[in-house]
Write a protein that binds this ligand. Sequence first.
Ligand SMILES: [Zn+2]
Ligand SMILES: [Zn+2]
Length: 360
Amino acid sequence: MKPYRLPLYLSLALALLTGLTGCSQPGTGISEAMPPAKARTAAAPRAGVMQVSFIDIGQGDAELIRTPQGKSILIDAGDVDKGDEVVAYLKSQGVRHLDYVVATHPHADHIGGMNAVLKSVPVRQFLDSGFAYGSKTQEKMLLTIRSKAIPFKVAQQDDHIAVEPNVDLLVYSPKKPYLKNTDSDPNNNSVSCKITYGKTAFLFTGDMEEDGRARMYSAQPDLKANVLKVAHHGSHNGTDDAFLQRVKPSIAVISCGKGNSYKHPHKQALDALKRAKAKVYRTDLQGTVVVTSNGQTVQVGGTPVAAPAPVSSDPVYGHAKSHIYHAASCSRLPSAKNRVSFRSAAEAEAAGYRAHSCMK
Ligand SMILES: [Zn+2]
Ligand SMILES: [Zn+2]
């Protein structure tokens, strides 16, 4: 057991919190730091598409969310020796800054890589569980946040961030006073949040276990989500039938390392996911898992899309059956019978259509 240095965490966290500038929006509970003028946002993966990458960083968690308008959110950053891999992934995706970084809880397999990320990529808002763990890893992370003057905020139940029109981040946990004397207090006080885009939703619950879930249920949250980041790397205590009945995910992603010593994922969690009829993807078997949403439906993609998509405000023409759309100049335009007109490529993408090679 590492020695607890609560006063140090508290003084660091307090300094970070009081250093916050910006205006608090009524009802949001979140202070929104104004982005610098002329701030450049990373190009969206594809017009009208939100892309969520469950990055393969071995045993641990790291998820990158890229919104349709090019905002970037990182939830966790893997273990200490994986920070560089997370940074490399961000760079490969054209991410030049992070609009939000969420540290679900202070275990090293979630925040160990944070230092490398914070030192390499500018961060506009850091959201922390506020749970004082007293580890060297947490202390280092807080010192970096302070030295970089990154706006810092403790996330609490009912916080709501309007990330951009049509994309919201809702916080379901933790809540003060924090849970104590559970099997793992850091795990049970994890930040649990949902990111919605249009009609689709992704739920992230860190390493939350039974006690954390019970606390979360008491607020009657709407946990329904198309995609679930399975809690605690597929541990038996991270997933059960009651939880899955609330979430009703069609896709479940387990982030764990090949041959990990915890034997994650556990059979109980996999059986519960099977009963819930969720399609399971695993980073230990499939590598980085990328899920995209067009605001209506979600889809598991193969390779992440690194290049910015054609963003055009010219009208495009889709084929009603193949759901492929073309530029007006394309020689292979759908016949009038099957032709569906869109005002822009973005509109076609939002309707679930895919670009023909003439658009590239
Ligand atoms: Zn973990
Ligand atoms: Zn943990």
